[in-house]
Design a protein around this ligand. Structure first.
Ligand SMILES: Cc1cc2nc3c(=O)[nH]c(=O)nc-3n(C[C@H](O)[C@H](O)[C@H](O)COP(=O)(O)OP(=O)(O)OC[C@H]3O[C@@H](n4cnc5c(N)ncnc54)[C@H](O)[C@@H]3O)c2cc1C
Length: 458
């Protein structure tokens, strides 16, 4: 078989590319690696595919290195770019780069790693739709094409959630714009009345684009909780006095109380509340794993939305745009659950229900779906990860989120046995790790998987 590899990586978004970089860097012998990515460009996925300058990273440049052993690597890369100078290094380190630069950076590091490696990398534009174990490892299928690999890494990434409303399926595409269809959002008529469903980070992207186009029409924001993203503090400090260790032994409520107390104590010392969250940030996975199953469920049911807005913050400049739109009275925030959408002569009618049971109707020209990522594999748009459940190569992750893995990313098969030669990186590991989507986690996972798979084993 011409397509025979040592390591196959399914998905060439940021996570798959980080894993390829690490396998290439760590290989001590001529391994054959393949990266399957059907999209036009590597390292983009939904997060970094935007070519719009207003879409910023929500992590400062100084913390977005692809390489755990070179923490300033992204900063170094940006400083060396035309238009940036070494003198501006401090400001760059604390600033928020346009997201489009991040994919370019990852591709540059992949090219470097490829050139310097003992291993080879093939990049094939296949969408893998089948995975079967055989005597030599795995057979991967994409339509009629077949490849073999001894080890397989699932890096299939983020799956945007469909609009959760009756009638959404029948709404013609021109009326329903996906938040990650960056060109589609930019093409919305500036006078159109718009409803953005979902009030998280992708809603902020949509608002930035609309504001940048001088949008004049009314903008409705609708979500069940109506909580808007919060900003990073201007100085990104961690409150080193806040004691994280005791939290591990506490139930959820006590943890949240301790967190609020910590924030008040930080404020008394002149620190912003964000400093307490910064202190917690490196402990996210351990804190999740130390919560008993029922407490994790309680967190998902009652606390996750509040957690998200405090944990996943936006650049201060992005928050300022949001505030200005609010103060100008151009944003109308609705706390309600969307029930149905239907086409009308002028656009779309949305029917929703507020928390106290009242019906809410909105008539707009366009509805924008900014409801975020689907973390339940059975509800994902791509059937591939869910197929692994049917074939017994995987079982559902905790609380139905992602797939079940151990802490090293080995997929558990239907009987619960970890498979050393079938691993996952990124959002598929969210049930086990919770913090498993952002680059600071992805780069560590990529490094560890490459170490396990390239450590002198041909
Ligand atoms: C809008 C947005 C902004 C973000 N901003 C930040 C940030 O500032 N900082 C940060 O640290 N993190 C950020 N994140 C988190 C971000 O998700 C990750 O950093 C990263 O993009 C995840 O990469 P991934 O490769 O796991 O998934 P994806 O980016 O979704 O890539 C998965 C890839 O797999 C391919 N694929 C899927 N199925 C198959 C298949 N069957 N066969 C072959 N290929 C397949 C897809 O084509 C895709 O290219 C952001 C996320 C979003 C959505």
């Amino acid at each position: 078989m011409p397509h025979r590899f040592d390591i196959a990586i399914i998905g060439g978004g940021a996570a798959g590319v980080l894993a390829a970089i690490q396998c290439l860097r760590q290989a001590t012998m001529p391994l054959r690696i393949v990266l399957f990515e059907p999209g036009p460009r590597l390292a983009e996925g939904v997060a970094y595919a935007t070519d719009r300058a207003e879409h910023l990273l929500n992590v400062p440049t100084g913390r977005m290195s692809a390489l755990p052993d070179l923490p300033d690597d992204f900063l170094d890369w940006r400083c060396a770019r035309p238009g940036h100078t070494e003198a501006a290094r401090g400001a760059l380190a604390h600033g928020y780069a346009p997201r489009r630069e991040y994919a370019a950076y990852l591709r540059a590091r992949l090219a470097q790693a490829r050139q310097a490696s003992h291993a080879s990398l093939d990049i094939l534009p296949w969408r893998i739709d089948d995975l079967a174990r055989d005597a030599d490892g795995w057979t991967l299928g994409a339509g009629a094409a077949r490849a073999q690999a001894r080890r397989v890494l699932l890096a299939t990434g983020n799956s945007p959630r469909p609009l959760p409303a009756r009638g959404a399926h029948d709404l013609e595409p021109a009326l329903q714009v996906e938040a990650w269809d960056y060109a589609g959002v930019a093409a919305i008529d500036p006078d159109a009345e718009v409803c953005i469903v979902g009030t998280g980070l992708s809603m902020a992207d949509v608002l930035l684009t609309l504001a940048g186009q001088g949008h004049r029409g009314a903008i409705h924001l609708l979500s069940r909780h109506a909580l808007l993203p919060l900003p990073h503090a201007t100085a990104q400090v961690a409150d080193e006095d806040f004691q994280v260790q005791p939290l591990h032994a506490m139930p959820l409520r006590a943890r949240l109380r301790a967190l609020r107390r910590g924030m008040r104590a930080a404020a008394a010392r002149g620190l912003p509340w964000q400093a307490t969250m910064e202190r917690l940030r490196p402990h996210g996975q351990a804190l999740w794993r130390s919560l008993p199953d029922a407490e994790q469920r309680r967190f998902l049911r009652h606390a996750v939305r509040h957690w998200d807005i405090h944990r996943h913050r936006i650049a201060p400049s992005v928050h300022a745009v949001l505030q200005t739109l609010r103060e100008d009275g151009r944003l109308h925030l609705h706390r309600a659950r969307l029930e149905s959408v239907a086409a009308t002569a002028g656009g779309v009618r949305l029917a929703a229900r507020t928390g106290d049971g009242r019906a809410l109707e909105l008539a707009v020209a366009r509805v924008v779906n900014a409801t975020g990522l689907e973390l339940r594999v059975q509800a994902m748009r791509s059937p591939f990860p869910a197929q692994l459940l049917d074939t017994g190569h995987a079982r559902l992750g905790a609380h139905g989120l992602g797939l079940a893995t151990d802490a090293e990313g080995r997929l558990l098969d239907a009987a619960g046995h970890p498979q050393d030669d079938l691993r996952a990186i990124g959002s598929l590991r969210i049930g086990e790790a919770w913090e498993s989507i952002a680059v600071p986690e992805l780069r560590v996972q990529a490094e560890a998987i490459a170490r396990a798979w390239t450590g002198g084993d041909p």
